[in-house]
Ligand binder design. Structure first.
Ligand SMILES: [Fe+2]
Ligand SMILES: [Fe+2]
Length: 320
């Protein structure tokens, strides 16, 4: 029988590690960690970084078409923040001993995943509102939990990132709120954006815990603090009131308040659609990867120039 990676770990060290996690200690880059913990973190952090970077594409599409200078400035700042989040998390992943170039090439050659939500198109300006409100809103629910993750560099990155995500969410909600209170056409545009983005936003929390191969281990090692279903429920509970406040209707006939649990019960997600998009067959999967590959190729001269400059400085310093 081939031993599993966990079974090959020194049981004493593994027990000490798990005791540290149980005590709520933070694991730092130079601490001993099981190989599987390291691998799970690299997978999760790189997927997260890729999502921040690919997430710039659907919104970047609207920077030149923002309806006012103020909106354009906010959107530019938001998209720029997402680039920063990506770079920050790539740095965090590098503390686990992986090279960023390796992670980026996994994204570009299609072997790495990123959040499926970004494989949906942005058809109208209201989509920018819906993304800020719902997609960044869902990200905040996820990332607030990750700020308590057991791995120090990831947790600290999340604290900083969540502050910016709050601004992203607010600018999105403000767009939706103004459109909803605007002309009948603007209102219809806001409702249509909510109709299209609602279900993909719920999918952002991933499959049910019972269908999620990684959930158990991630929870046990404190990489995640709560399961996918609990976080999804928290997001729904938070968002129903916000939709009501701006007079928009969540597109779910099964949505109802459960007095017993205090939760908003909701209908079943279309899991066929979820897996189809995860496996690469969403509306924009190909377009997004093509855009990333082009951006990477177009940026080659910047990387070469930076390397040449670094080499020149090193040469000058060695002479001085
Ligand atoms: Fe972000
Ligand atoms: Fe964001």
């Amino acid at each position: 029988m081939t031993p599993t990676p966990a079974a090959t770990e020194d049981p004493k060290r593994l027990a000490e590690f798990e005791a540290r996690i149980a005590r709520g200690d933070t694991i730092e880059p130079k601490d001993w960690m099981p190989e599987k913990y390291r691998r799970q973190l690299i997978r999760m952090m790189s997927q997260h970084a890729h999502s921040e970077v690919v997430g710039m594409l659907p919104e970047g599409n609207w920077i030149t078409r923002a309806p006012s200078l103020r909106r354009k400035m906010s959107l530019l700042a938001k998209v720029q923040d997402e680039a920063g989040h990506g770079l920050y998390i790539y740095c965090g992943a590098e503390t686990l001993g992986v090279d960023r170039h390796e992670l980026v090439s996994q994204l570009l050659n299609g072997t790495a995943k990123y959040a499926s939500i970004f494989n949906y198109p942005t058809l109208t300006w209201a989509d920018i509102g819906a993304i800020g409100w719902l997609v960044d809103g869902a990200a905040i629910v996820n990332q607030t939990m990750l700020a308590k993750a057991s791995y120090g560099p990831y947790a600290r990155a999340m604290v900083r990132i969540c502050k910016e995500e709050n601004f992203h969410k607010r600018q999105g909600f403000e767009i939706m709120s103004l459109l909803s209170a605007g002309t009948p056409e603007q209102r219809a545009m806001a409702q249509d954006a909510l109709d299209r983005w609602w279900w993909p936003s719920l999918m952002m929390f991933g499959p049910h815990d019972k269908d999620s191969p990684n959930s158990g281990e991630l929870l046990r090692w404190g990489i995640k603090q709560k399961g996918n279903d609990e976080l999804r429920q928290r997001f729904v509970n938070l968002t129903v009131g916000q939709a009501k406040a701006i007079n928009l209707t969540i597109p779910d006939p099964k949505l109802r308040h459960d007095a017993e649990t205090g939760n908003w019960a909701f209908g079943e997600i279309d899991w066929d659609e979820f897996w189809r998009v995860v496996k690469g067959d969403g509306q924009c999967n190909r377009e997004r990867l093509t855009a990333r590959r082009k951006a990477h190729a177009d940026g080659a001269w910047v990387r070469e120039a930076a390397e040449a400059h670094a080499a020149k400085r090193a040469r000058l310093e060695s002479v001085a």
